[in-house]
Ligand binder design. Structure first.
Ligand SMILES: *Cc1c(COP(=O)(O)O)cnc(C)c1O
Length: 234
């Protein structure tokens, strides 16, 4: 057992949790007049050991999120060998010097948050011939300590990534300020996607994914409600 693996006696019923979250998503989508199939659940497995990810795979789930390259490298290649159709999203900060590993491992990089990283990803995609979809992370609350492009700069950044660098930018993602109502941030992110012609809107976590679906999320990133409390704060 690795250090970050949770104690097996506390193993939550992951299949039941997944079913409940998917039901909530479907209900919220219908309430908003949306097709439930237009919302993808990204199951955030960070800090949990491979056993929990495996339980979700056995329950039929295929789309997962991790926030650290190294942790994902340790956990996912073995699972992917057995389950080639799974889709892995990077949802955490990416250092430019880890761009090669990220391009090799992930199918979607949700944390494209600065020009230097955009350049590094473009060079790696060219070198590897592998093109994971990229989401531009938007700092909707303009919080100084938080990663992401500020809303006034985001249209130009998206243009730069798509037109100058040829990156496969498919959408946007945000993490609203912890101490604010998330709804205005979700509405803003959706509007940024709309005006830039981007299909993917990644927003909503365990505490607010229902609201995010009401406001147009195409992807919600849910960890705790599926896998239980994380062993350590991250
Ligand atoms: C951890 C994390 C999540 C999932 O958070 P929960 O509250 O456990 O659902 C979603 N998005 C990002 C970027 C995260 O880091």
């Amino acid at each position: 057992m690795t250090q970050t693996e949770s104690s097996p006696d506390a193993l939550p019923d992951i299949a039941a949790n997944l079913a409940a979250v998917k039901r909530t998503i479907a209900d919220a989508a219908r309430e908003a007049g949306r097709d439930p199939a237009s919302v993808t659940l990204v199951a955030v497995a960070k800090t949990h050991g491979a056993a929990r990810a495996e339980a979700a795979l056995l329950a039929g789930h295929r789309v997962f999120g991790e926030n650290r390259v190294q942790e994902a490298q340790a956990k996912w290649p073995a699972l992917r060998a057995r389950c080639p159709d799974l889709e892995l999203h990077l949802i955490g900060a990416l250092q430019s010097n880890k761009a090669a590993e990220a391009v090799a491992l992930f199918d979607v990089i949700e944390s494209l948050d600065r020009p230097k990283l955009a350049g590094a990803l473009a060079r790696e995609m060219e070198r590897q011939g592998r093109r994971p979809a990229c989401l531009v992370q938007v700092n909707t609350g303009e919080e100084p300590q938080k990663a992401g492009i500020a809303p006034p700069e985001v249209d130009a950044f998206i243009d730069h990534c798509r037109d100058d660098l040829g990156l496969p930018v498919t959408g946007v993602m945000c993490i609203p300020p912890a101490d604010e109502e998330p709804a205005p941030h979700f509405a803003l992110l959706r509007e940024i996607a709309r005006r830039n012609g981007l299909a993917v809107v990644s927003m909503g976590m365990s505490g607010d994914y229902e609201t995010a679906v009401h406001l147009g999320a195409t992807h919600v990133r849910v960890g705790t409600a599926i896998f239980g409390e994380r062993p350590r704060p991250r």
